[in-house]
Design a protein around this ligand. Structure first.
Ligand code: FES
Ligand SMILES: [Fe+2]
Length: 350
């Protein structure tokens, strides 16, 4: 049986990059099977409504704005930002009690718009801290969005097991076969799962090589990935040729924020802050485009092929052969499943 449509609902997920939501237009994004209409009020703060008119179920995004309110295209009911109907042009104008659409709590932080889709009251304290993204020059950070046609847990697995970088990725971030022989360290820290690894390679990862003292020579590298519920991955990666450990590091602080669209598709939000060449706008644009292309054209096709091959089967039901690099991903999946059980009121069986 598939559990691909099980989600940790009472949690914050990224709905959009802040930069995706302009002053005027509507953005529609399906999140955990629910079509959501996003827009900005005149004071710039974001709004999220169920994109479905309660009258005859027209998509609200086909309608128009009236100040901060939305007018349905089909028969003209008007809704405010809380989803309450404020005008009925029909008959005597009486507004039926049920004339409401659901509105969703939002937070705008760290360059993202976060949404709370669950039934419980939203809790801003549950939002993870990614303020490191904002800590430095504007041209030292880049943001991007991709839509992947695969289940969200396969995308989490892919970052929790970076041994695939040896095999899947082109020159820019290739790790030259050095990760696969390692058994990365895996720790549980509260609800988080943390995996890390150190290795040497020659030449260094090409995204770092030109910024190291000897671009052709061996460098020590490390990565550390921290998964926090529901689907946040923070990856730090860097290289050094210094004798004194990782103090003089050329590296980057990345976040991979994974939002289920449906059991078969996923919104993939990515941001990266680097500690080198931080003032160069052209390099910044090239760098984020190169990362985007690697995810879309290198990770994307193999993850989709895996998703299609697995069909509706649950991962563990297929009795996967597990290797030393799977420890972190398996631990993350088990923790996520138990949190989903808790969140949805199912008692864990062990
Ligand atoms: S469907 Fe929206 S007003 Fe009729
Ligand atoms: Fe990858």
């Amino acid at each position: 049986m598939s559990n691909n449509n099980r989600y940790l609902r009472n949690s914050w997920y990224v709905a959009a990059l802040s930069s995706e939501l302009g002053a005027e237009q509507f953005l529609v994004r399906t999140i955990m099977d629910v079509p959501v209409l996003l827009y900005r009020k005149e004071d710039d703060s974001p709004v999220a409504l169920h994109d479905r008119c309660p009258h005859r179920f027209a998509p609200l995004h086909l309608g128009s704005r009236d100040g901060d309110e939305v007018v349905c295209k089909y028969h003209g009911l008007k809704f405010n930002c809380e989803g309450q109907c404020t005008e009925n042009p029909h008959g005597n104008g009486h507004i039926p009690k049920a004339a409401k659409v659901r509105s969703y709590p939002l937070l705008e932080k760290f360059g993202f718009i976060w949404i709370w889709m669950g039934e419980k009251a939203s809790d801003p304290a549950l939002l993870q801290d990614f303020s490191e993204l904002e800590n430095g020059p504007d041209n030292g950070v880049g943001y991007t969005y991709m839509r992947m046609t695969a289940n969200y847990k396969l995308i989490l697995d892919n970052v929790m097991d970076l041994s695939h970088v040896d095999h899947v990725h082109g020159d820019a971030i290739n790790t030259r076969g050095q990760l696969s022989p390692k058994s990365p360290k895996v720790e549980s820290v509260g609800d988080a799962v943390v995996t890390s690894c150190e290795w040497e390679q020659t030449p260094p990862m090409l995204i770092f090589a030109d910024f190291l003292p000897k671009p052709e020579s061996e460098a020590r590298h490390y990565f550390k990935v921290t998964w926090t519920p529901p689907t946040n991955l923070q990856l730090s990666v860097g290289a050094t040729q210094s004798e004194s450990g990782f103090d003089e590091l050329v590296g980057q602080y990345d976040v991979h924020l994974i939002t289920p669209e449906s059991p078969n598709s996923t919104h993939y939000f990515f941001a990266s802050r680097r500690n080198y060449n931080e003032e160069d706008p052209e390099y910044n644009a090239q760098k984020i485009q190169a990362m985007h292309d690697a995810f879309e054209h290198e990770d994307g096709p193999i993850i989709k092929a895996v998703h299609d091959m697995m069909g509706d089967n649950e991962f563990f039901d297929l009795n996967p052969v597990l290797t030393s690099n799977d420890v972190a991903a398996v631990r993350m999946r088990k923790k996520l499943e138990s949190l989903i059980d808790e969140d949805s009121g199912v008692l864990a069986s062990d």
